[in-house]
Ligand binder design. Structure first.
Ligand code: GAP
Length: 434
C-alpha cells in the first residue's frame, strides 16, 4: 500500500512529463533523473517561491550564484576533504557497495548473503581534473554544498553591499555527492539542487535567530501547501551533528517511505569564517563601527533541497477520487506551484469555428497567465489530463459560445462549472489566481 503510492507518483511523473529516468534510451544511469516540461515548471515555481520569501520579501538577505568548481583549498578549509566520509563495505560476491551505518548484520551482504569487506571510509566528493592533464596537481571537486561559495565571498559582500548584521546571503544551485546508497526516486541522488541561506549574526544573538529560522522555514512549507500532519521538526542529538554545527534541526516530511529530511537548519557558529581565514590568510571578520571592534559573526544556515521538496509537494498533492464510476487522479498543487494555471479546450475539435475561437482565447490569456491549449482528445480525456498535471482551471469553448460569447470555466478542485463571458474571462481568472 505504502510502496504503491510511490509507484503511482513515479508513474504519473513519467506518463505526464514531470520526471524521466536519466539517459533512459541507453538503459539509464542509476539514480539520475531528468525533469520534463511539467517538472521543470514545477521546479522553477518552487525556486521562485523560495526566492520571493527569502530574498525579495526581506530587506536583510541578498542573492548570489557562485561557481560549482572551487579552489581545492576550500574543501580543506571547510573540512570536507577530511570529514566528508561515509563508511562503506563491499560485497565480495555481488560487488555491491553498502553504507556501514545501514547494515543490520555488519559482515553479511543484505542482497546475496555474501561476505562483506571491512568497512572503509569513502569520500563523498566527486573528483575531476581541471585542464588537459590528469594528475594529482590539478584534481578538483564538484561542490558538495552551495554554502562554501557564499562563505568565500564574505569580504566581497561586505565591500560591495556594506550590510549591517544580521544579514543573509541566499543561493540556489546544483551540488553533487557520490552517495553510496542513493534511491527513493529523486529523494537521494548524486546530483541535486540546494536552496541555502547563510545568515550572519552576532554570536550572542545566534541561539534566538536559529530558533526563529526553524519556525520561519517550517511555516514556509505550510504556506506552500504541505499538510501540517506530514511535516515535523527533529532536533539533532549532539553525536549526530555535522563537524561544523553547534546545533541543527531537520524539517522532515512524511514520505511514503517514512519520515525523512527536507531541510536542515544549522547553527554553524564561527566555524566557516575562522577556517577560511586560516586557510586563505584573509581575515573574514566583521567590523562593528560603533564598538570599534572586529569579530567573527556566527552563521545560521537553513539548507533545503529543491528535488526533495518537489517530491514532497507531489506526494502531498496526489489525490485519487471516485467521480461517478470513474477514478479521477488529481494533483492539488497550490496556485503558485501548479505548472499550468489554465487550459483552454474546444468541446468539438472537428468544428473549425470552435477550434479557432479556443485558440484565440488561449493566445490572449497566454500574455498574462500560464495557459495551455489542447484539442487532442474528447473533453473527458482532456479534463483528466489537466487534472493529473494540476491545472487549476479548464476553459471550455462549445457551440453555445459561438452564440452567447460565454465559456465554461471548470475548477480543478471542486469540478464546479461556471459560465463566464469571454470579455470578462481574463479578469475573472486573474482574480481567482491572485
Ligand atoms: N550546507 C549544509 C548542507 O549541505 P545537508 O543536510 O547535507 O546540509 C541540505 O543538505 C539539504 O540538501 C538536505 O536537507 C536535502 O534537502 C538536500 N540534499 C542533501 N543531499 C541530497 C541528496 N543526495 N539528494 C537530494 N537532496 C539532497
Amino acid at each position: 500500500m505504502i510502496d504503491s503510492l510511490m509507484d503511482k507518483i513515479v508513474s504519473l511523473c513519467k506518463r505526464r512529463g514531470f520526471i524521466f529516468q536519466g539517459s533512459e534510451i541507453y538503459g539509464g544511469l542509476a539514480n539520475t533523473w531528468d525533469y520534463g516540461p511539467y517538472g521543470v515548471e514545477l521546479k522553477n515555481n518552487l525556486k521562485k517561491a523560495w526566492w520571493k520569501a527569502c530574498v525579495y520579501e526581506r530587506n536583510d538577505i541578498f542573492g548570489m550564484d557562485t561557481a560549482i568548481l572551487m579552489n581545492p583549498k576550500v574543501w580543506q578549509a571547510s573540512g570536507h576533504a577530511e570529514n566528508f566520509f561515509d563508511l562503506k563495505s563491499d560485497c565480495k560476491i555481488c560487488k555491491k557497495r553498502f553504507k556501514t551505518l545501514d547494515l543490520k548484520n555488519k559482515g553479511i551482504c543484505p542482497e546475496c548473503a555474501g561476505e562483506l569487506t571491512e568497512s572503509r571510509p569513502f569520500n563523498l566528493m566527486f573528483k575531476t581534473h581541471q585542464g588537459p592533464v590528469e594528475d594529482a596537481s590539478n584534481t578538483i571537486y564538484m561542490r558538495p554544498e552551495t554554502a562554501q561559495g557564499i562563505f568565500v565571498n564574505f569580504l566581497n559582500i561586505l565591500d560591495s553591499k556594506h550590510p549591517k548584521l544580521p544579514f543573509g546571503l541566499a543561493q540556489i544551485g546544483k551540488s553533487s555527492r557520490n552517495e553510496i546508497t542513493p534511491g527513493n526516486f529523486t529523494f537521494r541522488t548524486r546530483e541535486f539542487e540546494q536552496m541555502e541561506i547563510e545568515y550572519f549574526c552576532r554570536p550572542l544573538d545566534s541561539d534566538k535567530i536559529y530558533a526563529s529560522w526553524v519556525e520561519e522555514r517550517f511555516n514556509w512549507y505550510l504556506n506552500l501547501g504541505v499538510k501540517k500532519e506530514n511535516l515535523r521538526k527533529r532536533e539533532h542529538a549532539k553525536d549526530e551533528l555535522a563537524h561544523y554545527a553547534k546545533a541543527c534541526t531537520d524539517l522532515e516530511y512524511n514520505f511514503p517511505f517514512g519520515w525523512s529530511e527536507l531541510e536542515g537548519i544549522a547553527n554553524r557558529a564561527d566555524f566557516d569564517l575562522k577556517q577560511h581565514t586560516k586557510f586563505s590568510g584573509k581575515e573574514l571578520v566583521y567590523f562593528d563601527d560603533q564598538k570599534k571592534e572586529k569579530f567573527y559573526p556566527y552563521i545560521i544556515e537553513p539548507s533545503g533541497g529543491v528535488d526533495r521538496t518537489v517530491l514532497a509537494v507531489l506526494v502531498d498533492a496526489y489525490y485519487e477520487e471516485m467521480v461517478k464510476e470513474d477514478m479521477r487522479v488529481v494533483l492539488k498543487l497550490n496556485k503558485e506551484l501548479a505548472p499550468t494555471k489554465v487550459a483552454v479546450l474546444p468541446l468539438l475539435r472537428n468544428r473549425p469555428e470552435i477550434v479557432e475561437l479556443a485558440k484565440k482565447i488561449a493566445q490572449d490569456l497566454k500574455k498574462s497567465i500560464i495557459t495551455a491549449y489542447d484539442d487532442t482528445g474528447a473533453i473527458g480525456k482532456l479534463y483528466r489530463r489537466q487534472d493529473e498535471v494540476g491545472t487549476l482551471y479548464c476553459v471550455t469553448v462549445d457551440v453555445q459560445t459561438l452564440e452567447d460569447k460565454q465559456v465554461t470555466v471548470r475548477s480543478r478542485d471542486t469540478m464546479a462549472q461556471e459560465r463566464i463571458s469571454v470579455d470578462k474571462l481574463k479578469e475573472y481568472l486573474t482574480k481567482q489566481l491572485d
